[in-house]
Design a protein around this ligand. Structure first.
Ligand code: IDP
Length: 149
């Protein structure tokens, strides 16, 4: 089963959307196998967003994701990477469809509430940045027989 890294960013936490977001992930059928709230420190934030280090918004992005506690998750399920990106919606909320998290709750790219890995390589990298090997929980969910052929 595929795994992806999902973060409720500090604006999502401050706006009281953690439950709403977790609920959408669970209702879709995904299994959360790791879950933690913490302050992401500056070095971790810079490592996570390393691909953007030359971008003009990099400093404000790092300030934003370190500005308050965020919630980190490992989400597991078939096609979890691409489906979680669809659940989140377009990076710029102007382009995000209603029914997506960003389309329902966000206005600006720099305050877009959620993160989800965009490829298998990114998922592996981000999971290893934010979680230790023993932090993921191995268990079966009873709804798997209904979700998968
Ligand atoms: P993603 O989060 O949808 O994968 P990326 O292009 O990887 O989108 O950008 C990472 C994050 O950087 C975005 O979610 C957003 O918070 C921030 N970001 C991207 N582009 C801009 C911008 O033009 N202005 C401000 N923040 C931006």
């Amino acid at each position: 089963m595929e795994e992806t890294y999902v973060m409720v960013k500090p604006d999502g936490v401050q706006r009281g959307l953690v439950g709403e977001i977790i609920s959408r992930i669970e209702r879709r059928g995904f299994k959360i196998v790791a879950l933690r709230m913490n302050f992401i420190d500056e070095d971790t934030a810079k490592e996570h967003y390393a691909e953007h280090k030359e971008k003009p918004f990099f400093d404000s992005l790092i300030a934003y994701v370190t500005s308050g506690p965020s919630v980190s998750m490992i989400v597991q399920g078939k096609n979890a990477i691409s489906i979680m990106r669809t659940i989140n919606g377009a990076t710029n909320p102007v382009d995000a469809s209603p029914g997506t998290i960003r389309g329902d709750f966000a206005i600006e790219t720099g305050r877009n509430i959620v993160h989800a890995s965009d490829s298998q390589e990114a998922a592996r990298r981000e999971i290893s940045i934010h979680f230790g090997e023993k932090e993921s929980v191995d268990y079966r969910k009873i709804d798997e027989v209904c979700l998968y052929e």
